[in-house]
Write a protein that binds this ligand. Structure first.
Ligand code: XUL
Ligand code: CO
Length: 441
């Protein structure tokens, strides 16, 4: 049975009026020898696309899906068929899931693991038939009430052990399905109040947990990249993996920075009071950019709305960072995004992904052109040129003492600064966005 009535979605170019077509995503078009598909490495998020019902904190689910009336295990099987058909129709090479997205939890951990085994076998067969790949999987250690105090940072040692058992099972699944990465998002690893929290113990335990996971991956020969996904708040009021800089310092302190890279989510960046580009940039300059959860927040809402990315200003700056990084390596652009509650039809799953894929494809086109022209590079070169010669060069070479600098300043105390002309830079960036030349079909 087919879950989506559309044929494979085709690239029709920017002037097409067909909603079921790509306007900017042309999977086989090449940029510096690599196809768009190879650069963008799109992924479908199992949870938002096939498991979620579009409920929000104020209302029940509105999603209308073909599998709604089935029993839990039959639903799980239908979703496997649906996601593989979906990836074929959209030309998306990757998918991502939490354990609980693909199979229902049983009454015991053993039963849960058996449910997972049954569905993982189906997924493996589909992957072999279609060539689709697992970008990453992860353990949901936050939804069930046992995780009320967190998982690796829970005050209850039994919960630490239970969470470890789940990660062990998910690493086995990662190995079985050849997951290219394994994600740890903090879930409930954070606190509500320091009046009753032993932050030192919790952070030490979090590091212990990561080390146990790494040791087990080594033991079974799982070589996928480990990723931490920072987020500053939600569900706890203070999440430990606040942002890239905070989580990087944590990894360095516990000697885990060689084990992990970051999975950076746009909406988490904005919740942290950063731009998406800031988080990508900070990770990139520290050689820690691993993968991306592609979505956007709403500027008028303070929470994690996980909207599909449609803001081309943001996707262009994101693609600029990704191209400057030399791509995402084993990472990809996973749509950790859900249709709005009012977009409840099954077809909206296709339409939302077309919108997100086109926004990133356009971003890639524009960012590629800016890099070709050295647009930002030239601006930066001029801005920092005082460090290329004279006293600036000596500072960079670490050839001067504080006294040398004081002596220099006494002779050169009439300072002249140059204007940044920032508004012109932004206007020129707009010109790149608006004048991008795309061959029509
Ligand atoms: C939560 C979030 C998660 C992670 C995976 O905000 O982004 O879906 O991506 O656990
Ligand atoms: Co995410």
């Amino acid at each position: 049975m087919a879950y989506f009535k559309q044929d494979v979605i085709q690239y029709e170019g920017p002037n097409s009026t067909n909603p079921y077509s790509f306007k900017y995503y042309n999977p086989n078009e090449k940029f510096d020898g690599k196809t768009m598909e190879e650069i963008l490495r799109f992924g479908v998020a199992y949870w938002h696309t096939f498991t979620a019902d579009l409920s929000d904190p104020f209302g029940v689910g509105t999603a209308v899906r073909d599998w709604d009336s089935l029993s839990e295990m039959d639903k799980a099987k239908a979703r496997v068929d649906a996601i593989f058909e979906f990836m074929e129709k959209l030309n998306i090479p990757y998918f991502c899931f939490h354990d609980v997205d693909i199979a229902p939890e049983g009454k015991t951990l053993k039963e849960t693991n058996e449910n997972l085994d049954e569905i993982v076998a189906l997924i493996k067969k589909k992957m072999e038939e279609t060539g689709k790949k697992l970008l990453w999987n992860t353990s949901n250690n936050f939804t069930h009430e046992r995780f009320v105090h967190g998982a690796a940072t829970s005050s209850n040692a039994d919960v630490f052990a239970y969470a470890a058992a789940k990660v062990k099972k998910n690493l086995d699944i990662a190995k079985e399905l050849g997951a290219e990465n394994f994600v740890f998002w903090g879930g409930r690893e954070g606190y509500e109040s320091l009046l009753n929290t032993d932050m030192k113990l919790e952070l030490d335990n979090l590091a212990r947990f990561f080390k146990l996971a790494k040791n087990y991956a080594d033991e079974i020969g799982y070589t996928g990249q480990f990723l931490i996904e920072p987020k500053p708040k939600e569900p706890t009021s203070h999440q430990y993996d606040t942002d890239v800089a905070t989580a990087h310092a944590f990894l360095q302190k516990y000697d885990l920075d060689d084990v992990f890279k970051f999975n950076i989510e746009a909406n988490h960046a904005t919740l942290a009071g950063h731009t998406f580009q800031h988080e990508l940039h900070y990770a990139r300059i520290n050689d820690m950019l691993g993968s991306v959860d592609a979505n956007q927040g709403h500027p008028l809402l303070g929470w994690d709305t996980d909207e599909f990315p449609t803001d081309i200003y943001e996707t262009t700056l994101a693609m600029y960072e990704i191209l400057k990084n030399g791509g995402l390596g084993s990472g990809g652009l996973n749509f950790d995004a859900k249709p709005r509650r009012t977009s409840f039809a099954q077809d909206d799953l296709i339409l939302t992904h077309i919108a997100g894929m086109d926004a990133f494809a356009l971003g890639l086109r524009v960012a590629h052109k800016m890099i070709e022209d050295n647009f930002f590079e030239n601006i930066k070169k001029e801005k920092y040129e005082s460090f290329e010669t004279g006293i600036g060069q000596k500072i960079l070479n670490e050839e001067v003492t504080l006294s040398d600098l004081a002596e220099y300043a006494l002779e050169n105390d009439q300072i002249t600064n140059k204007s940044d002309h920032l508004e012109t830079i932004k206007a020129q960036f707009n010109q790149y966005l608006l004048n991008i030349n795309i061959e029509d079909k």
